[in-house]
Design a protein around this ligand. Structure first.
Ligand SMILES: C[S@@+](CC[C@H](N)C(=O)[O-])C[C@H]1O[C@@H](n2cnc3c(N)ncnc32)[C@H](O)[C@@H]1O
Length: 233
């Protein structure tokens, strides 16, 4: 049994049913090992740009007797894969802008995956916008809290058309997931409220600066989402 924190557990759950998974930026290798041991996964490719991180994953996979079903590969993003080699991928714990760059650099690989589970540490808005503009539809969208920090973690797939914009969700808003809104994700109200307070606080310091307009727009978007959630019941 591999001990996964709530963030990795959510990724594990979103990858259920996948037979060949690529864990990009695998670091410790826990997700890859858990998928092989308990996730019904037949094969994993664990990739990382850092040889030291890759060695951690290699060690764990060897210790658990999983080396025959796991390949560890050194390299950047999805460039370590051939198109169609894995039916699912995970890119967790990196900046959102970097994740978008990695997907753009290997669009042929990303487009052939049935699902990609993503968890940006920052640049969430930029990543979500890139995914929307590049026709990745959102299959599932979760909020997970671990050690008092809430993470957005979502599952996407390349589609023929862009996702329709859900009714009641502010058009062009990528601060939180429109799929989390349409699926009534528990915790979305508290998360949006916290984001709203943070921005209201920042706005006080930003009066008369270039950032004021953006903060004002984001506050209005969050207010619209909160009003939409209040109308759920
Ligand atoms: C914060 S760790 C996250 C580890 C693990 N995915 C998790 O979420 O617990 C980020 C990992 O991404 C790796 N990384 C950074 N840039 C990368 C890239 N371009 N391609 C592959 N791995 C990368 C780092 O070496 C590091 O191991």
């Amino acid at each position: 049994m591999i001990r996964l924190d709530a963030r990795l557990r959510a990724a594990f759950d979103l990858l259920q049913g996948a037979k060949a998974v690529a864990d990009i930026g695998c670091d410790h290798g826990k997700l890859a090992a858990a998928l092989l041991l308990e996730g019904g996964c037949e094969r994993v490719v664990a990739g990382d740009i850092s040889p030291d991180c890759l060695n951690k994953a290699r060690r764990l996979l060897e210790e658990r007797g999983l080396s025959d079903r796991a390949q560890v590969r050194l390299g950047s993003g999805l460039s370590i894969l051939l198109p169609g080699e894995c039916d699912a991928g995970a890119i967790l714990g990196m900046g959102g802008e970097l994740i978008a760059e990695l997907l753009a650099a290997s669009e042929d690989v990303a487009a052939q995956m049935e699902r990609l589970v993503l968890q940006p540490m920052s640049g969430i808005e930029e990543l979500r916008q890139w995914l929307y503009e590049n026709r990745f539809c959102v299959l599932a969208d979760r909020l997970v809290t671990e050690k008092q920090r809430t993470y957005q973690i979502f599952c996407v797939r390349k589609a023929k058309a862009r996702d329709p914009w859900p009714q009641g969700f502010p058009e062009g808003c990528f601060l939180v997931g429109y799929r989390a809104f349409s699926d009534r994700e528990p915790g979305l109200f508290a998360y949006c409220q916290a984001q709203l307070y943070k921005r209201a606080d920042r706005l006080k310091q930003a009066q008369g600066t270039g950032g004021e307009e953006k903060l004002q727009r984001e506050i209005e978007q969050l207010q619209t989402i909160l009003e939409g959630i209040e109308a759920w019941n």
